[in-house]
Design a protein around this ligand. Structure first.
Ligand SMILES: [Zn+2]
Length: 339
């Protein structure tokens, strides 16, 4: 296995402060060299966007090389463990659904996975006793805030990256997506909706925890009023409302508070891409470009990359000398509830 220096400028740099407790001491070292987990357990309560029912999810610290892994429980018993990997993706119609061969599924995983990957958390057990992750406010911000409250711990093991070695591209009609070699993790996302409210938007960012936190985490999911009735008739999006979705009418945003940002739509699509690409199982070293894409395209590009063993490799971060990692410890859970 090849070991190489992996674009530390990109991994380290963020420009803006991160706000994670303990981050300052970490930022003096090679951020990104070691695997991480959350410092304490977290409980998050909210509503399922599809079922409309109250749902909750608990995040637990996990040891090195666990990855991001869903633990599905029923009445306190574990019924399935599903690694957050693209091979376990079952459905991408409206949100990302992962599942196992026995038909156990968890849906709407993408905003939580985006928060974990966006903050460079490698290992976490995500325990859930329902079929979907709470939608919260439709963005990753509540998950980021919850993680910030407990902090991030480094583990002794070196971080492993999935490094893109050659360009892979998927085209579907007017949409296309491409992963190509890059020393950091770069995203360039373009959307173009036939709506005067959304229109064409493009954003290109070098992704770091600081950039994720400041540029993407707050961006909410969005939907068109014209689609709502169709979804409700199909028994979908029963929990979607103006507290968790930007609703787009013919000529205006229906939410009284308006947009959080003029580019909120493309920012959300980029947030989705961070979550979808986390299903590679490792932080990516590569540049992703998508035009008129979505969950399906993101997943297809990632699958195409992984299917070609000459298109990627796993690289280890270099050893960090003279520093000791944070000590792993598990303490009391912190509860966070949606408003
Ligand atoms: Zn989304």
């Amino acid at each position: 296995m090849r070991t190489t220096g992996v674009g530390w400028q990109a991994v380290r740099g963020g420009g803006k402060p991160d706000g994670i407790e303990g981050r300052r001491s970490m930022s003096n070292r090679f951020i990104g060299a070691r695997q991480t987990t959350i410092a304490q357990a977290i409980e998050v309560h909210g509503t399922g966007v599809h079922s409309g029912a109250p749902v909750s999810v608990s995040l637990y610290p996990a040891s090195a090389d666990t990855g991001l892994r869903f633990v599905v429980t029923k009445r306190g018993r574990v019924t399935a463990e599903i690694p957050a990997k693209v091979c376990n993706v079952k459905n991408l119609t409206l949100c990302t659904v992962i599942g196992n061969e026995d038909g156990v599924t968890v849906s709407t995983v993408e905003h939580l996975l985006a928060a974990l990957r966006g903050l460079q958390i490698d290992n976490c057990l995500i325990e859930i006793d329902s079929k979907e992750v709470p939608i919260m406010d439709g963005s990753s911000a509540p998950f980021v805030e919850a993680i910030d409250r407990v902090g991030i711990r480094e583990l002794p093991a070196p971080r492993r990256f999935l490094k893109v070695l050659k360009t892979v591209r998927v085209e579907e009609g007017e949409s296309w997506g491409e992963l190509s070699p890059h020393s950091g993790f770069h995203l360039d996302v373009e959307i173009d909706f036939p709506s005067p409210i959304v229109g064409q938007q493009r954003l290109s960012l070098e992704m770091t925890p600081g950039v994720f936190r400041n540029e993407l985490a707050h961006a909410r999911t969005f939907g068109f009023m014209s689609d709502v009735e169709r979804l409700w008739k199909a028994g979908l999006a029963l929990g979607a409302n103006l507290t968790n979705t930007i609703a787009i009418g013919d000529d205006r945003v229906m939410n009284r508070e308006g947009l959080r940002d003029p580019l909120e739509f493309v920012r959300h699509k980029m947030l989705d891409a961070v979550g979808d690409l986390s299903l590679s199982g490792h932080p990516l070293l590569g540049a992703y470009r998508s035009v008129k894409g979505g969950h399906r395209l993101n997943s297809l590009v990632l699958r195409k990359l992984l299917e070609d063993s000459s298109a990627w490799t796993i690289v280890h971060a270099p050893r960090v000398r003279g520093t000791r990692p944070f000590v792993f410890e598990r303490t009391a859970a912190v509860a966070v509830a949606a408003e």
